[in-house]
Every structure is written in structure tokens, then in C-alpha cells.
Design a protein around this ligand. Sequence first.
Ligand code: BTN
Length: 331
Amino acid sequence: MNQGELVKLADNILVLIRKKPKQVFEISTVARKLKSEIFDIHKAAKVLKTWGYGIKLSKSEITFNHTADTLSATEINFYLKTKIIGQNLVSFHSVKSTNDIASQVAGDYPDESVVITSEKQTLGRGRLGRSWHSPEKVGAYISIIITPKISLEKAPGLSVMTALAAAKTFESYCPGKVQIKWPNDILIGNRKVAGVLTELYTKNNKINYVVVGIGINVNQKPRDFPQNLRKFATSLRQVVGKKINRAELTAEFLNNFEKEYKKYQKNQLAGSLKRLRAYSSLLGQTITLKAGDKLLTGEAIDIDKTGALIVKVDGKKVTVSGGEVTVLKRP
Ligand code: BTN
């Protein structure tokens, strides 16, 4: 049995015993079910242990005791309830950027079931040419491929929709604390917990596919952030006070993303405005907004169904579909 086959067998054992923690399985039964040799089951079970799974193994029995802290496809799949998004999960240990891999995979035949995740990124990208600090084992780095049948002008709403799916996901870990800083930062206690990077790929001036990337700070301790980020970033663990299962969180985000995306395709964000307004950290604030080389200052008063921010500038309403916001005054 080669390494690839061994890994596949380890995965299959997991699928079988993962659902019933603490239950003792006869190795001979597992071998029969997986059409394998008992010797290979032993070898594959040892592989599972090296992945961090709590597996009790004797000559004739195997028991699943506890899960591993891993963002593997098998682990995410265990919690995934989607119909399409993420049904083709590809999980890496280390990549430069999951957005780049997603775009390469999408190629000429983009498929909405493909999601790329990685344990770490060596060149994680943020918005506006910034980098995204992506250390191993503590974050979740996820890229989703979608092929929305919408015109280019409507695309900025996709980032807002993704931020909404993320906010909804985090809400269940720390109710009442999550905010969205339009268009695509998710904050807790005014510090950034996740960011969205949406990249459009066009063909003949139409959307061919979109890669929606999200980086989530899940289990970072303050010292896991570089000094210059410590004041501005936080992690779910720091807020909740305990370590969070990254695979479960990733699956929950994908479950929520699929729901929001379905709604978005029907009627953009029309049905989500109430929730968006409630999550917004900007409404009612005096802000400065930089969009390209334009700079405007005014009061953020609303978000519309395209995901655009409505700002009152010198008594006039201005609609902006994207940009970098700084809050000037807090009431
Ligand atoms: C931002 O706030 O500037 C956006 C950050 C987006 C980071 C994610 S991590 C997964 C995906 N791959 C990347 O290289 N970037 C996005």
C-alpha cells in the first residue's frame, strides 16, 4: 500500500468511527467494511494518531476518543450541511494564498462546489495590496469559487453578503458582540476578527467567476499577532475565552454562506437589510471614505440592497459601492 492509499484508508476509517466516539470497533469488522487487510487498518490508524486524533488501538479493536485540531477536508465535511458550496473541498497544509489556488482551479470551468482551505498561508493577501497574517493551526483561510449570474456593477454586494454570513457564524459563539465594518471587515470589540477579499474574473466584460476569500482569526493568542497588529486584531478565542474547533467553524461559515448566497441571487441584499443595519459599525457615524482617488467625509446613514453605503455629505445623499473607511467621531 503506497502513502496515498494509506492516507485514503485513514480517511475512510475516520468516516466510519468518527460518528461514534468511545464506541469500540472490531478491527476485523472495519477491515471487512473497507475491503482492506487488518494489517493495513493498523498502519492507517497509526497515521490518524500522527494527525492528532485520539485513537485507542489494540490488536483487535479501535476506538475514536477525540478529534484533532485540523482543518482537513474530512474534518470540515463532518459538520458541513451544504448542498453545493464546499461539496468539493480541497484542504492544503500550506499554500501561498488560497485565493490564488482557487483561481487556478477555477480555470476555464469554474465550479461552485469547490472550496479551498489551508492550515497556513505564506503569502496571504488582504485588500488594497496588504498582506494577511496567516500563521499555522490558529486561523482559518478559506476561498470559495462562485459563478453568480449578475452584472458587474452588482458584484460589490458579494463582499457584504460574505461579511454577513461570517457575522452570523460568529454570532453563535459570542452573541451580541459582532459588527460589520462595511464593506468587508468583521469586528468584535472594535478589533478585526476576519476580513474578506473578493476577486472578480471576467470574460467578455461579464463575470466569469468570483473567488471569495476569508481569513478568520480563530485561536490566536495576543502574542500570535505581530506587534503592529495586536491593538487592531483579535481572535474568537480571545473573545469567547476558549479554544474553538476550526473545522466546525469553517463548516458553519460555509453553511451560512450558502444560505446568504441563495438569497442574494434572488434579490440581492433586500431581505438582509435589517440584519445588516443591526451589525453595522458605521451607521450614524461620521466617516471619511476613500474610494480610488476620491475622498469624502460625511455621515454613514444606510446600506442599500446592492450592498452600497449611503453617506450624507453636505446634506446630500451619496451612494458608494466600495472603499476604505475611517471613523472620525464616535457619538
Ligand atoms: C482584508 O481584510 O484585507 C481581507 C483579508 C482576506 C484574507 C483571506 S485568507 C484566505 C484568502 N486568501 C488570501 O490570500 N486572502 C484571503
